[in-house]
Write a protein that binds this ligand. Structure first.
Ligand code: DAH
Length: 336
């Protein structure tokens, strides 16, 4: 009785093991497992049959069933692990990224047109013997205005649409409206002779149009030495234009007024279409400014200039609209 029961079970187990080994995926394996070990499976049937055996036969039968089950369990576990491994491998393969070749469409990018201009201008002036100076973008009212000969109440203050910062005494802190305060910081920091440029970002409460932005960039220049004249200023501007643009543009100095220079001039370049584009201001540094910086105007003379860097780039690359430079449109930026 026991023998035939165990023989039948053995046959079922062999069949099941063969099915397990042949299971093509985890789902098929699960079906086989349930049909063998579930309530309606042959193991349950075999266990029930043990109840009908003679008591002395039951032990051997029970042992035989356990062994048969262990064989099947082992086969299932082995197959399950193999199927899981290959399923994972298949998933990895399907998710694999081929990094052996960088696609031709991926570009490494390059510096922004304004950054390029900034660096080129530094190179030009460093080549002419200037040093690069820096100052903070959040500036004191004193450095930005008072020290530059624009005391409180001076009408020139209205010309700068100043953005004030809520810090300290009301009106004492601002976003610098020009790079000219770096002149002051430089004078207070070092003794003449001084040959510096100060490229930097400046801020004004301005509406954006083709030639204006509320945030833009200027290139300040300051030369303090003995016997500096307006001719030195004009010569410096000419050399700079030729070095930067690679050719001479028709240029002109128009008399103008700035509180920090006397005399003062506006520097224009003629565009290919014949129109003049204002590049910035310049002049001989006002004695009050030199004095505020601790420089004796009897001993030293100085010229200064402040150009719009973005406008220089506009001119150099023939860009029509300043706003294009800051819209961050790849189609525009990639051209430079
Ligand atoms: N700071 C002036 C501005 O932003 C530009 C300027 C004019 C700078 C004359 C100078 C200068 O250094 O001498 O409008």
């Amino acid at each position: 009785m026991t023998d035939s029961l165990l023989d039948d079970l053995q046959a079922s187990v062999s069949e099941a093991v063969a099915a397990v080994d042949g299971a093509s995926d985890l789902e098929a394996l699960d079906t086989i497992e349930r049909s063998a070990l579930g309530k309606k499976g042959f193991f349950t049937a075999a266990k029930k049959a043990v109840g009908g055996l003679e008591p002395d036969e039951r032990k051997a039968a029970g042992q035989g069933i356990n062994e048969a089950k262990a064989t099947l369990d082992q086969a299932i576990a082995a197959r399950k692990s193999a199927l899981q491994t290959s399923a994972r491998a298949a998933q990895y393969e399907s998710e694999r990224l081929d990094l052996t070749e960088v696609p031709a469409t991926a570009s490494v990018g390059h510096a922004h047109i304004v950054t390029q201009t900034w660096e080129e201008l530094e190179d030009v002036f460093v080549g002419m013997g200037f040093r690069v100076a820096e100052g903070p973008q959040v500036e004191t009212d004193w450095h930005n205005f008072d020290a530059m000969n624009i005391p409180k109440g001076h009408p020139a203050r209205d010309g700068f649409d100043t953005i004030y910062v809520n810090h300290g005494e009301p009106g004492s802190t601002l976003l610098r409206t020009h790079t000219s305060p770096v002149q002051m910081r430089t004078m207070l920091e070092q003794e003449p002779p001084i040959y510096v440029i100060a490229p930097g970002r400046v801020f004004r409460r301005d509406t954006a149009d083709a030639t204006h932005m509320p945030v833009f960039h200027q290139l300040e220049g300051l030369v303090i030495d003995r016997n500096i004249s307006l001719a030195d200023l004009a010569g410096t501007i000419d050399s700079f234009v030729e070095a930067y643009f690679g050719k001479t543009f028709p240029s002109r100095l128009r008399p103008n007024y700035f509180p920090f220079t006397e005399p003062s001039a506006e520097f224009d370049l003629q565009q290919p279409d014949g129109s003049w584009l204002e590049m910035g201001g310049c002049g001989m540094v006002h004695p009050n400014v030199l004095r505020a910086g601790g420089v004796d105007p009897e001993e030293w003379s100085a010229f200064a200039f402040g150009f719009g860097m973005d406008r220089l780039a506009l001119m150099k690359y023939g860009v029509d609209d300043l706003r294009d430079m800051f819209a961050n449109d790849q189609r525009f930026l990639a051209q430079f």
